[in-house]
Write a protein that binds this ligand. Structure first.
Ligand code: AAO
Length: 511
C-alpha cells in the first residue's frame, strides 16, 4: 500500500511536466494563427507521418476585434469571453481538429490567455469575434460573466495602473500588462471561470496548455486554478493523465521574478535558450560554437526537465517580448536552420518548433513598424494554408516545420530519444560535433573556412544518408553519403559556403 502511494505520488509529481505525447515523439510545432480546418489536415497529411508530437494552437477563445484599419495578430491576446470562436474557427471546427489530430497521435496544446481580458481602452460594444457584448471601461464582460469585482484595480499600486517596473514583483502581478485588464485570480469565482474554460477544452481532448503571461500571475493563484482541472479525456489518454502545463515566464535574469518560482506548477519557457543560441550562431560578443559543449544547465539555464525550449517564438520573431536582436528566425534562414538543428539534436528541454507567416517588415530606427501585421487574410478572414507541389506552403505561410532540414531533425530527435549526449568534438572555434549514444551524430561548420576531419560517431559501421542535404528514399540517398567504419569513425568535409553547413546522420538514415 505504502509502495502504491509512493508510486502514485511520483506519478502526480511528474504529471504536469509530461507532454502526454505518443511514445517516441519528442517535438511540438507552434502553428501560429492557423485555422483549425488547416491544422486538422496538417496533422493527417504531414505531422503524424513525419513524427511530430503535437501542435501549440493560437488562443481559441473569443477575442476583441481590432480594426485599425487592419486586424493585428495580437488582438487574440485580448479575451472577451471563453466561447471557442475566433478567426481560426468555431467550436465544431476546433472539436473536429482535436479529434482528428489525436486519432493520428498528434496532441493539441492550447495557448490559454487567463491573466487578463481586453485592454482598458478597448471601448464597448460587440466588436468581438463572436459578437459578445463587453464594456472595458466598466469592466463588464457579461458573456463570462465578469464584472468590476473580478479585476485587480484595487490591488495595483502603480500610479497609472500599469506595469512600469519589472523590479517590483507586486506591480508585475497586480497591475495591467500593457493596459490589459488584470483578472483577480485570488478570487475563487475567477479561478472557477478559468478552470471551467480549461476543463471544457480538456473534455474536447486537448493535452495541455501554454499559460500566457504566467509571470503576471502569482504562482499560488495558478496552482489553485490547476488544482481545479480535470484529468485528460480517456478516449485518447490513460486514465489519470494530467494536462501538460508550460508557463510563459520571461526570465533573462536581473528582474524581481524568476522562473524557478513556477516550477511547482509545471514547465517554464526558457527564454535564455534562443537569446544565447542566437548570439553564439551569429558569433556576436566573441561567442563560439565550441563553447556549447556544456549547453543547458551549464549556461545558467533551468533544469532540463522543467524547460520548454525554442529558437524563436511569435513575439520575439517580430521584436515583441524579450530576447532582442540576437534571436534567429526564418528571415535568417541559413543560420536559423543550424540553430533549430542544434536544438533538436541536443537533449536539453522539451522542444517547440516555430511555424510562421511572412509579413512586410519595415524597419524605422531599428524597429519594425509592421510588427502588428496579422496572418495572411482576405478582408480579415484568415487564408487557407495551401500546399505547393514541392511540399512547401503557399498563401504567405512560411511553414518552417516543412523545411527538409527542420522536419528531418524532428525525426532525428525521435530516433535518438533517451540516448546520452556523447562524442563531443570541437576545433576550439565554430566547428563542433556530438552524438547521441549509438543512434545519431551531427557535425556543424560555422567557421569561415572548410571542415575536413575524421570523427568518432559512436554509430555502427555502414553507409548513412545525411538528412540535412537530402533524404533517404527507397533505400537510396538524395544527399551526401557518410561511411562509418568498423571503429565507429567517419570522415566529414563541410565547406563553409555549403548551402547548409551541417551534416546529421542517424540509425534510421542508414542505407
Ligand atoms: C497590444 C498593443 C499595446 C496595447 C495593448 C492593450 O500592442 O500597445 O497597450 O494591446 O490595448 C501581445 C502583444 C502586445 C499586445 C497584446 C494584447 O505582444 O503588443 O498589446 O498581445 O493585444 C511581456 C510579458 C509577456 C508578453 C510580452 C509581449 O511578460 O507575458 O510582454 N508575452 C505574452 C504573449 C504576447 C501577448 C501577451 C503576453 C499578452 O506572448 O503575444 O502580447 O497576452 C521585459 C520583461 C518581459 C516583458 C517584456 C516586454 O523583457 O522581462 O516580461 O514581456 O519586457 O514588455 C530585454 C530584457 C527583457 C525585457 C526585454 C524587453 O531583452 O532582458 O527582460 O528587454 O524590454
Amino acid at each position: 500500500m505504502k509502495f502504491l502511494l509512493l508510486l502514485s505520488a511520483i506519478g502526480l509529481c511528474w504529471a504536469q511536466y509530461n507532454p502526454n505525447v505518443q511514445q517516441g515523439r519528442t517535438a511540438m510545432v507552434h502553428l501560429f494563427e492557423w485555422r483549425w480546418v488547416d491544422i486538422a489536415k496538417e496533422c493527417e497529411r504531414y505531422l503524424a507521418p513525419k513524427g511530430f508530437a503535437g501542435v501549440q494552437v493560437s488562443p481559441p477563445n473569443e477575442n476583441i476585434v481590432v480594426n485599425s484599419p487592419f486586424r493585428p495578430w495580437w488582438e487574440r491576446y485580448q479575451p472577451i469571453s471563453y466561447k471557442i470562436c475566433t478567426r481560426s474557427g468555431n467550436e465544431d471546427e476546433f472539436r473536429d481538429m482535436v479529434k482528428r489530430c489525436n486519432n493520428v497521435g498528434v496532441r493539441i496544446y492550447v495557448d490559454a490567455v487567463i491573466n487578463h481580458m481586453c485592454g482598458s481602452g478597448g471601448g464597448s460594444g460587440t466588436s468581438s469575434t463572436c459578437g459578445s457584448y463587453y464594456n472595458a471601461k466598466n469592466r463588464d464582460f457579461p458573456a463570462v460573466p465578469y464584472s468590476g469585482w473580478d479585476f485587480n484595480d484595487g490591488k495595483c499600486k502603480s500610479h497609472d495602473g500599469g506595469i512600469n517596473n519589472y523590479g517590483n514583483a507586486e506591480e508585475v502581478r497586480n497591475c495591467n500588462l500593457v493596459g490589459l485588464l488584470d483578472l483577480a485570480l485570488e478570487k475563487d469565482y475567477v479561478r472557477t471561470k478559468i478552470a471551467d474554460y480549461m476543463n471544457h477544452l480538456i473534455g474536447i481532448g486537448v493535452a495541455g496548455f501554454r499559460l500566457d503571461a504566467a509571470k503576471h500571475m502569482w504562482p499560488g493563484d495558478i496552482k489553485a486554478v490547476l488544482n481545479k482541472l480535470n484529468n485528460l479525456n480517456t478516449q485518447w489518454f490513460p486514465a489519470g493523465s494530467r494536462p501538460f502545463i508550460y508557463q510563459e515566464v520571461i526570465d533573462l535574469g536581473g528582474e524581481a521574478i524568476s522562473s524557478s518560482e513556477y516550477f511547482g506548477n509545471g514547465r517554464v519557457t526558457e527564454f535564455k535558450f534562443g537569446a544565447k543560441l542566437g548570439t553564439v550562431i551569429r558569433k556576436w560578443n566573441g561567442e563560439k560554437m565550441s563553447y556549447l559543449k556544456n549547453w543547458g544547465e551549464g549556461w545558467g539555464m533551468m533544469p532540463s526537465d522543467k524547460a520548454l525550449v525554442f529558437v524563436d517564438n511569435h513575439d520575439n520573431q517580430r521584436g515583441h517580448g524579450a530576447g532582442g536582436a540576437s534571436i534567429l528566425t526564418f528571415w535568417d534562414a541559413r543560420l536559423y536552420k543550424m540553430a533549430v538543428g542544434f536544438m533538436l539534436a541536443h537533449p536539453y528541454g522539451f522542444t517547440r518548433v516555430m511555424s510562421s507567416y511572412r509579413w512586410d517588415r519595415n524597419f524605422q530606427n531599428g524597429k519594425d513598424v509592421n510588427d502588428w501585421i496579422g496572418p495572411p487574410n482576405n478582408n480579415g478572414a484568415t487564408k487557407e494554408v495551401t500546399i505547393n507541389p514541392d511540399t512547401t506552403c503557399g498563401n504567405g505561410w512560411v511553414c518552417e516545420h516543412r523545411w527538409r532540414q527542420i522536419r528531418n531533425m524532428v525525426a532525428f530527435r525521435n530516433v535518438v530519444d533517451g540516448q546520452v549526449f556523447t562524442n563531443w568534438w570541437d576545433n576550439g572555434s565554430n566547428q563542433v560535433a556530438f552524438g547521441r549514444g549509438n543512434r545519431g551524430f551531427i557535425v556543424f561548420n560555422n567557421d569561415d573556412w572548410s571542415l575536413s576531419t575524421t570523427l568518432q560517431t559512436g554509430l555502427p559501421a555502414g553507409t548513412y544518408c545525411d538528412v540535412i542535404s537530402g533524404d533517404k528514399v527507397d533505400g537510396g540517398c538524395t544527399g551526401i553519403r557518410i561511411s562509418v567504419g568498423n571503429d565507429g569513425r567517419a570522415h566529414f568535409s563541410i565547406s563553409n559556403s555549403a548551402e547548409d553547413p551541417f551534416i546529421a546522420i542517424h540509425a534510421e538514415s542508414k542505407l
